[in-house]
Design a protein around this ligand. Structure first.
Ligand SMILES: [Zn+2]
Length: 437
């Protein structure tokens, strides 16, 4: 049999999706057997093994491999099937919500050369086999142009295509900060500048090389300054078969002139269940750990994946230890703690801070209502009850503020030793001021 070519997660995915064949040839082959009511899964496997060829599942950029977003996927596939795709679509999703992944898969679907053959099928999808699909899934299709925030006054997206392709293939759910840090941004702001707008005008003035459409996929139009107005005419009256796919996270930061020219595709927030399933399938971690990470990620799948990839740390123990040391205010102890903490790495530090915020929010509710919450484990609850004896509502709120600031600084590559020593001293000062009655 051919099972050895399937990773367990993919096998699960196929079974979970009622054994949907994943390529056009599989469809064509399995549809021959539909009348006989033979499972498409078995037929597909037989077909694959008869070809004695390994199918590169992970390589293909299929919409159905993206977690959640069922409603939007159905909408997009029906748009592609109708062949009446609006010339400007604005995908709006929360950070890590999948807007970029979905828009990229949609671009592939539009360019797929075999798509019309299966347009009547409910499982309308890119074939994954044609030359357009292969190029699109490697982000090298000559008629899918990408535009995204970069660093430097005259920088344009094409200067960073190599980095962009590896970013898309490794972490299409990551946030803009993760992207900018890859470009060595440190504290510099990203932007989509005048040069980039001119480059877009030039690219789209050319005829399509080989695709059915000329697509411009812009990630985060929020980073377009007033220069973005240069694109207005193009978005309003684009050349034939030209499509703009804009992927945004914050509607309020987009130029209203651009916003008004786009059809909005609003993605649903990812549920904890979507994120948990995705983590178990993609990272193979335990259900319990996946649930815990999903709960803290708040629907940000990029952050959840980063947390799953980081080595496991016992955040609860670490937080308790830190709070005790801050309470005592012993300088040598605090320095030692921050030195050890600095070794954990940025992702772990961020995850720890998110955990700290979750714990403190639960504590705030404990202090204000007096009743224990369901979201803390028994040992965490005992710590919270002890701390609630010495920290009042206002002090906890101040510590929450400190941790929130630290997430911001850690994301911008602050030195963790200096940052956390400073925070430890501030925490000590907050803890030791007199409680307000
Ligand atoms: Zn194709």
């Amino acid at each position: 049999m051919y099972f050895e070519c399937l990773l367990p997660s993919q096998l699960g995915k196929m079974i979970g999706r009622k054994c949907v064949p994943q390529t056009y040839s599989e469809w064509a082959f399995s549809s021959l057997f539909f009348g006989l009511r033979i499972s498409p899964y078995l037929v597909t496997r037989f077909y694959a093994s008869s070809k004695k060829q390994r199918i590169e599942w992970q390589f293909l950029n299929f919409m159905q491999n993206i977690i959640g977003q069922q409603r939007t996927k159905e909408f997009l596939t029906s748009l592609a099937a109708s062949e009446r795709v609006p010339h400007a679509l604005l995908f709006l999703s929360k950070t890590g919500g999948g807007g970029l992944a979905l828009a990229t898969a949609f671009a592939q679907l539009l360019q797929c050369e075999k798509i019309s053959s299966i347009s009547q099928s409910l499982n309308f999808q890119a074939c994954g086999e044609c030359s357009a699909c292969r190029k699109a899934s490697q982000f090298t299709h000559p008629d899918i142009h990408f535009s995204f925030p970069t660093i430097g006054t005259n920088a344009v997206s094409t200067d960073f295509l190599k980095e962009w392709r590896s970013f898309l293939s490794e972490t299409p759910f990551a946030d803009v900060n993760t992207w900018l840090q890859r470009l060595g941004a440190d504290n510099k702001q990203g932007n989509i500048n005048k040069e980039e707008c001119n480059a877009i005008l030039k690219k789209l003035s050319l005829k399509a090389f080989e695709g059915r459409y000329k697509i411009l996929l812009m990630w985060l139009p929020e980073y377009l300054g007033k220069e973005g107005n240069r694109l207005l005419k193009l978005i309003e009256e684009p050349p034939e078969q030209t499509i703009f796919l804009l992927v945004a996270e914050n509607q309020d930061l987009i130029l209203s002139t651009i916003l008004s020219r786009c059809q909005l595709v609003k993605l649903d927030p990812l549920s904890d269940e979507d994120v948990t399933d995705g983590l178990v399938q993609e990272r193979g971690i335990s259900l319990e750990r996946a649930r815990q990470i999903a709960f803290l990620s708040g629907g940000d799948y990029g952050a959840a994946l980063a947390a799953a990839d980081a080595p496991v740390t016992d955040d609860a123990q670490l937080l308790l230890d830190w709070l005790r040391k801050c309470w005592r205010g012993h300088a040598v102890e605090m320095v030692r703690w921050t030195e050890e903490f600095a070794k954990l790495g940025r992702e772990n530090q961020k995850q720890f801070l998110h955990y700290g915020l979750h714990f403190l929010r639960e504590m705030l509710s404990l202090v204000s209502t007096g009743s224990p919450t369901m979201r803390l484990r028994p040992e965490e609850l005992a710590t919270a009850q002890n701390m609630a004896k010495v920290l009042d509502f206002e002090k906890i709120a101040q510590i929450v503020g400190l941790l929130n600031d630290n997430i911001y600084y850690i994301e911008r590559n602050a030195n963790p030793k200096i940052l956390f020593l400073d925070t430890s001293i501030k925490m000590h000062q907050i803890m030791k001021t007199k409680n307000k009655q």
